[in-house]
Design a protein around this ligand. Structure first.
Ligand SMILES: N[C@@H](CCC(=O)N[C@@H](CS)C(=O)NCC(=O)O)C(=O)O
Length: 232
């Protein structure tokens, strides 16, 4: 049984999508990041970066003590290796998936995140910052669109690379993007959205939380964290 420390955000959805797709038994441990639950000592012991998602695998391969994993990219790799699903084992297939997974982790996720921050949440509307991240998001959508021009999924068969990127395209309107401008990306997006496991993952999210994660009250908790925040 996998314990999934989760909240209803794009990085959280990556893992529920995997678990639903793989049919692996799991138990959700909600971590309400709007209320500061990411700073509870028991959560920090498994996720020292005070971010969801994280997992605890109570039955790791080879037995022994439970293994905890933080960082959504490594969680997807760990679960892919554990189940033998959605992550090829041959050299070339694995490289394809891993480079697009890292592309999401280092590019699409952080840039779209900053886009959300400056477009939606920042107390001042700073045109340079908004334009910088809307444009960079557009560039990344363009890269994905081009990649998908001659293939159904991002890296060979449907894989953890698709599961990592999809939740970050879901809020495309908030990122100042139009899917009609990216026809290959739009076709991919609609294919993944219609997958029963993906639908189940998003339905499950609604049972846990339907409030926006960022509100006037939660801004103080989520934004402006410093070394002092993590030292306490
Ligand atoms: N690189 C991390 C990022 C995780 C992340 O940013 N999680 C956000 C929600 S999407 C979070 O937990 N935020 C809590 C906070 O900012 O205190 C990953 O992919 O796991």
């Amino acid at each position: 049984m996998i314990d999934l420390y989760y909240w209803t955000t794009p990085n959280g959805h990556k893992v529920t999508i995997f678990l639903e797709e793989a049919g692996l038994p799991y138990r959700i441990v909600p971590v309400n990041i709007s209320k500061g639950e990411q700073f509870k000592p028991e959560f920090l012991r498994i996720s020292p970066n005070n971010r969801i998602p994280a997992i605890v695998d109570n039955a790791p391969a080879g037995g022994g003590a439970p293994i905890s994993v933080f960082e959504s990219g490594e969680i997807l790799v760990y679960l892919g290796e554990k189940t033998g699903k959605f992550l090829p084992t041959d050299l070339r297939g694995r490289v394809e998936v891993m480079q697009w997974l890292f592309w999401q982790m280092g590019g699409l996720g952080p840039m779209a995140g900053q886009n959300h921050h400056f477009s939606q949440y920042a107390p001042e509307k700073i045109p340079y910052a908004i334009e910088r991240y809307v444009k960079e998001t557009s560039r990344l959508y363009g890269v994905l669109d081009k990649r998908l021009a001659d293939r159904q999924f991002v890296a060979g068969a449907y894989s953890i690379a698709d599961m990592a990127s999809y939740p970050w395209i879901v809020p495309y309107e908030r990122q100042g993007q139009r899917l009609d401008d990216f026809p290959n990306l739009k076709r991919w997006f609609e294919t993944i959205r219609a997958r029963p496991a993906v639908m189940r993952a998003y339905e499950l999210a609604k049972k846990i939380n339907v409030q926006p994660t960022v509100s006037e009250e939660s801004k103080n908790i989520l934004f402006g964290q410093t070394a002092a925040t993590v030292a306490r």
